[in-house]
Write a protein that binds this ligand. Structure first.
Ligand code: HEC
Length: 258
């Protein structure tokens, strides 16, 4: 092996160590980029709080325990009990819903799914896009529809934060199916905030809230990934440094041989 190719091989090995961090890239088309960071603890803490306040009434995280979440997010047991646990569950309990699933089904026509593995099956970008894609649709039982999950049984639970969005339509092009669904025979082109029903948050603040929830669900899907992201770059830096040392050493050894 030449000097250059061995350095190259070592660089490749360093890249391979990065693979778990990079594996999250490359999700579906047409999704907004959630731009989540598992190393951003404040974002995960806000996401946990939003999830517990706005989602946990219907959705469980059955593989995650309150205690583990507290440890991972840097919260004390007291903080978790007082701010994030609304069901009186114990610290070692999993995050379940208070609602009875059969009841939920009779209300929504569908049981709200457990979201533990949602970020792994759909990806954080999907969740982020979904939370931003609700619009008013009086023809639906909940009064809401969603461009990413047409005819979703879930109402827009964040509308007071976001404000309410209306569909902006355009005529259909022949028989081509509408990309984002249709209303009254027209294709949905875009969603626009209703100026008479604005939210408590600015659009930028709402994006951040949706990002925080997506990040929290990404964490909940794989608590170990957070440690990996934490160590990933440190391992790569170490390998890069080590490669450099090995290169210098090799240079030194071979200097007199030629
Ligand atoms: C009032 C009950 C209720 C609340 C509160 C609620 N959801 Fe839902 N959610 C549902 C129902 C019902 C479905 C099933 C939708 C369907 O498949 O039509 C659903 C579906 C979903 C899905 C899609 C699952 C899939 O892959 O098809 C995601 C993601 C989701 N909810 C996230 C959230 C988040 C995040 C929150 C909090 C901000 C939340 N939900 C709050 C009832 C609820």
């Amino acid at each position: 092996m030449t000097k250059r190719s061995s350095v190259f091989a070592l660089a490749l090995a360093a890249l391979a160590a990065l693979a778990p961090t990079l594996a999250l890239a490359g999700e579906g088309e047409g999704l907004l980029d959630a731009n989540t960071h598992l190393t951003d603890r404040a974002s995960l803490q806000r996401g946990a709080s939003l999830f517990m306040n706005y989602c946990s009434g219907c959705h469980s995280l059955k593989y995650l325990r309150y205690g583990r979440m507290g440890d991972d997010l840097g919260l004390t047991e007291k903080q978790v009990t007082e701010n994030l646990n609304f069901t009186g569950a114990k610290n070692l309990d999993h995050i379940n819903v208070a609602m009875n699933p059969a009841e939920a089904e009779s209300w929504f026509g569908k049981t709200p799914p457990d979201l533990s593995l949602e970020a792994r099956s759909r990806g954080p970008n999907w969740i982020y896009t979904y939370l931003k894609s609700f619009y008013v649709d009086e023809s639906r039982p909940s009064g809401w529809n969603n461009t990413l999950l047409p005819n979703a049984a879930m109402p827009n639970v964040l509308w007071q934060l976001q404000g309410s969005q209306d569909a902006v339509t355009e005529p259909k092009h022949g028989n081509e199916p509408c990309e984002k669904g249709e209303v009254e025979g027209k294709c949905i082109k875009d969603l626009a905030l209703d100026p008479n029903r604005v939210g408590q948050m600015t659009p930028a603040e709402f994006d951040q809230a949706a990002r925080d929830i997506s990040a929290f669900l990404q964490y909940a899907g794989e608590p170990a990934a957070m440690e990996r992201e934490y160590w990933g770059w440190k391992v790569v830096l170490f390998l890069a440094f080590f490669t450099f040392l090995a290169y210098l050493l090799k240079h030194e050894f071979w200097r007199d041989v030629h």
